[in-house]
Design a protein around this ligand. Structure first.
Ligand code: ATP
Length: 365
């Protein structure tokens, strides 16, 4: 196992394009870190630089405390699991898993290969499929074979590049849990690239959010959700996403398109006398007046609004509210099975600013 340290890593492609612009990140021994961001943000490039498939233009990469910039991929002792699994179709599951061991000619006896492959197969519950060819496996089983190949190498770290994006939603969920369980069991340092924020939020110890080649924030999933450093992270993490609304601050009060609220003391000093702000409200931060206790109702401002559409997801329900300039403001409803659909739907919601509301300067939010 090993730590991975990136210091001011830059990737400039031949055409002069900077895909990664000075990323620094410390990944501890045994840690599970997710690199997440929209398409083209540079997350795969960063991973490929760590594994050695792409040159590093400048900056330093250390694995286990040793500089690795110029080392060949096999000298880095890392195992990469690709999106398409890169299995050999003509080899059985056993031989696919054994492949990296056989590649190091003469280093492992046949007995050792048997032992290592069977151990990996039992960890991954593949014992019953060792004689099959990849074409006769499900997507999830293929994924596990690819992981088996990484396990037998006893690599210092696992690197995953969007390993679940070819799977259907149900299998993706299962494999997500399986990867999390396996990483915890093996305790191997893992870097995992995805554009899917659910994977990012459920898998990692820490999540690194990238945008246009720059690191925006590195934090625990909860840290990202509750204390995003800027509007990009705030809008990227969370589903439905955080609502952004224009606000105006005047005389210690905040005017929103639907309500006028007193600013708590601690926010008043932070916001100062600026007039225009962007207010971020997560869907669950609207309270449903129908079920709210009176005391809580008094702490906020109740407003009545039209509802465009409701979205019922089984365990939760969202109302979409049309404010003039912001037609799709999502509010989570406390009470399920409320029949709000139809013409002239209206509901009462409560919104409050608490002393826990945060102010960020970066994006005027
Ligand atoms: P995705 O989720 O779509 O895979 P990503 O975040 O993994 O995206 P990268 O594949 O790292 O993005 O690419 C980052 C940027 O670098 C993109 O704008 C891409 O077009 C560019 N890029 C990637 N490879 C090359 C290359 N060989 N030459 C020039 N530009 C490249």
């Amino acid at each position: 196992m090993a730590s991975i340290t990136l210091t001011d890593i830059v990737k400039q492609y031949g055409d002069g394009f900077h895909a990664v612009k000075g990323v620094s990140l410390d990944i501890a021994d045994g840690e599970f870190v997710i690199l997440v961001g929209p398409s083209g943000c540079g997350k795969s490039t960063l991973l490929r630089m760590i594994v050695g498939l792409e040159d590093i233009t400048s900056g330093e990469l250390k694995i286990g405390g040793k500089r690795m910039n110029d080392k060949a991929p096999r000298e880095r002792h890392l195992a990469m699991v690709f999106q398409n699994y890169a299995l050999y179709p003509h080899l059985t599951v056993f031989e696919n898993i054994a492949f990296p061991l056989r590649l190091q000619k003469g280093q492992f006896s046949e007995d050792e290969i048997q032992r290592k492959v069977r151990l990996a197969a039992s960890t991954l519950e593949l014992e019953d499929h060792l004689d099959r060819k990849p074409a006769n496996l499900s997507g999830g089983q293929r994924q596990r074979v690819a992981m088996g190949r990484a396990i037998v190498r006893e690599a210092d770290a696992f690197l995953f590049d969007e390993p679940l994006s070819n799977l259907d939603a149900k299998l993706r969920g299962q494999m997500r849990t399986e990867i999390a369980r396996m990483q915890r069991r093996l305790g191997t340092t893992t870097v995992y690239v995805t554009h899917d924020q659910t994977e990012a939020m459920t898998l990692g110890d820490r999540v690194a959010v990238l945008r246009k080649g720059e690191l925006q924030q590195v934090a625990s999933p909860r840290g990202l959700y509750e204390q995003p450093v800027n509007l990009f992270v705030a809008g990227f993490i969370g589903s439905p996403p955080m609502n952004f609304l224009p606000g105006e601050v005047k005389n210690g009060r905040l005017s929103l398109p639907f309500a006028d609220l007193p600013l708590p003391e601690n926010l008043r000093s932070r916001v100062g006398d600026r007039s225009l702000v962007i207010v971020g409200i997560r869907p669950e931060h609207f309270e449903d007046a129908a079920v709210l206790e009176d005391s809580k109702r008094e702490a906020g401002v109740t407003f009545e609004t039209d509802v465009d559409v409701t979205e019922w997801l089984g365990s939760e329900q969202y109302a979409y509210i049309p404010f003039d300039t912001h037609p799709d403001v999502a509010a989570k409803l406390e009470e399920l099975d409320r029949d709000l659909d139809g013409e002239g739907m209206r509901t009462q919601l409560v919104v409050a600013l608490s002393s826990e509301s945060r102010v960020r300067d970066g994006d005027r939010a």
